[in-house]
Design a protein around this ligand. Structure first.
Ligand code: G3P
Length: 214
């Protein structure tokens, strides 16, 4: 499973990249709005830090506006992926951009039918928002499982990018379901490294080793 980081913060991205396990970045307008400076300059900086895809979202809500904005965003760097909202206009823009060879990440996906639509439109990535579904008492990971089955039935190559990840269990479940990618905030990327038994075990090994010197 590929690991993406979900942030607009260059420092978090640099630290994650240093792990050697980072496959890409997802941003959105809310994440970029938290960072100082020009968001397009920030995106340029982010694209230089990682080799993998960097999702940048359009603000336009009509097909033509989305396409025009996508054309501008793709000029920022070769690894920019265009993030489009999964609306009627977004799906139409996805079809056009994909036919032109632009990689598209369809975002704000909350139902299996939306996922089927974006696969038919040729999306490179589909982003089911699991945490936001959990927030309203729907099982976010069940959506990922349904998308996996639907794509498997028809051989769609759209990659399942699990988004709106809130805790390590989402990452575990994504991997068990065979999701292609999990994008996680820096906090979750940090949390998945931790296990108290590893810390306790290491402490014991080191203190036992000290005894050999007495
Ligand atoms: O990048 C999209 C997504 O991961 C947002 O997550 O936590 O705002 O629901 P969240």
């Amino acid at each position: 499973m590929k690991f993406f980081i979900d942030t607009g913060n260059s420092e978090e991205i640099r630290e994650a990249a240093e792990l050697g396990l980072l496959d890409g970045v997802t941003t959105n307008p809310s994440l970029l709005s938290k960072e100082p400076g020009d968001p397009y300059e920030n995106l340029k900086q982010i694209c230089a830090i990682v080799d993998g895809p960097v999702s940048a979202e359009v603000i336009a809500v009509d097909k033509d506006g989305m396409i025009a904005e996508a054309r501008q965003l793709t000029r920022i760097a070769e690894n920019i992926v265009i993030k489009l909202p999964t609306t009627r206009e977004g799906v139409k823009a996805c079809k056009t951009l994909t036919e032109d060879g632009v990689k598209v990440n369809m975002t704000l996906v909350f139902s299996p039918m939306q996922a089927l639509l974006v696969a038919k439109a040729g999306a490179t990535f589909v982003s089911p928002f699991v945490g936001r579904l959990d927030d309203i008492s729907h099982d976010g990971m069940e959506l990922v499982s349904q998308i996996g089955r639907i794509y498997g039935n028809y051989g769609y190559e759209t990659e399942i990018l699990v988004a709106s990840v809130r805790h390590p269990l989402h990452v575990v479940e994504a991997a068990l379901m065979g999701a292609d990618i999990c994008t996680m905030p820096a906090k979750v990327l940090e949390q998945i490294f931790n296990h108290p038994l590893t810390d306790i075990g290491l402490e014991k090994f080191l203190s036992d080793w000290e005894k050999t010197k007495q």
